[in-house]
Write a protein that binds this ligand. Structure first.
Ligand code: FAD
Length: 314
């Protein structure tokens, strides 16, 4: 890797010194509020900046890790080597009457508000989903039995070499918790969503219902990263008859609700949420995840898979 100052200077030449840092603690950029330092941390606000940052990092031999809202990640206490790029591409547009285009850094809540304000239906039920469009597309965020990928008609992607291509929604390889971005490591630049005419007041009522449902069922007043495990597939994962195919319910029935390691606790409100009391380390959370996974495996023979993305050296 190039010298510390060499890459830092190259990044500063691209985005200006105010948006580059070295040894930046990542905890404040995540909803779990844990995570050590990034060697380099840079905020990009345009496609050109993103491409130039990828070039500079490649020239220096430094790996690049994209970060959106940090609401689905567990970042190691030891931090992340190389460059963490916070994508702050914030454009919103309506390129056709029934199409909404949102850049990767737009928050899901911002997108929902924008579409409702324009009388566009389709995204209102996603109100209350933390994070950005980039993170939602990368992990194919889900809510109420629907996946965000169902609404995506087109996307613009950037390869790690800086090449940009537009692909159809079908080519995004959406599946439960999956998209092609995880396979190719491409970066989402923007996505287009299918929309339909709607009445703002009616759309607002749907959004409010989603927010109220979240408030009732999720611990929203303490740091977390949402669900830590994917829900098991009832057939493939051989969930025993009579048990729900819900990771949270299995963790609950394994008696783990309220279980605590250091500053991390399995939420009493939701068995698939781990909450940070403010003192948790990433190691506490990792150990608690493994404890819950083992308990569910021993008790029910179901192997839970991670939904939260681990970043950095554990
Ligand atoms: C209280 C709470 C409730 C939640 N409820 C839900 C829910 O109902 N449904 C649900 O699915 N999730 C839920 N989550 C998890 C989280 O909100 C979603 O997964 C969200 O879509 C993540 O977006 P993000 O921008 O925060 O992604 P990040 O956490 O920043 O990143 C997640 C992954 O996406 C990658 N990434 C980010 N941006 C890009 C990009 N532009 N291009 C390529 N890769 C990128 C990152 O490298 C990382 O691997 C919840 C989280 C919390 C804290």
């Amino acid at each position: 890797m190039a010298s510390h100052s060499g890459l830092a200077a190259a990044l500063a030449a691209i985005v200006g010194p105010a948006r580059v840092g070295t040894g930046v603690t990542l905890a404040p950029f995540t909803t779990f509020r844990v995570g050590g330092p990034a060697d380099y941390f840079v905020e990009v606000r345009s496609v050109e900046e993103l491409r130039a940052v990828l070039d500079a990092a490649r020239a220096a031999g430094a790996p690049v890790t994209p970060l959106g809202g940090g609401s689905n990640v567990l970042i190691a206490d030891a931090g992340v080597r190389g460059v963490v790029v916070r994508l702050r591409l914030m454009d919103l547009a309506q390129p056709a009457s029934k199409v909404v285009r949102a850049s990767a850094g737009v928050t899901m809540n911002g997108l929902v508000r924008w579409t409702i304000g324009r009388g566009l239906a389709g995204l209102e039920a996603w109100a209350g989903t933390p994070g950005t469009v980039g993170g939602a597309i990368c992990g194919n965020a889900h809510y109420g039995g629907r996946n965000i990928g169902e609404l995506v008609t087109r996307a613009q992607l950037m390869t790690r070499a800086g090449d940009v291509a537009e692909v159809t929604g079908e080519a995004m390889e959406f599946a439960y918790d999956r998209s092609r971005l995880q396979r190719t490591r491409e970066l989402l630049v923007w996505a287009e969503f299918r929309a339909a005419p709607g009445v703002p007041d009616a759309l607002r009522a749907v959004a409010r219902a989603s927010l109220a449902h979240r408030k009732r069922t999720q611990p929203l007043d303490v740091p977390s990263a949402g669900c830590v495990f994917q829900n098991p597939d009832p057939a493939r994962d051989r969930v025993p008859a009579g048990l729900p195919a819900s990771a949270g319910a299995l963790v609950d029935r394994a008696g783990l609700k309220g279980h605590r390691i250091g500053g991390a606790t399995i939420s009493a409100a939701h068995g698939n949420f781990i909450v940070n009391d403010g003192q948790a380390t990433a190691a506490d959370i990792r150990i608690l995840i493994e404890t819950a996974r083992r308990a569910v495996r021993d008790r029910f023979g179901v192997e839970l898979r991670d939904e939260v993305v681990r970043i950095g050296e554990f």
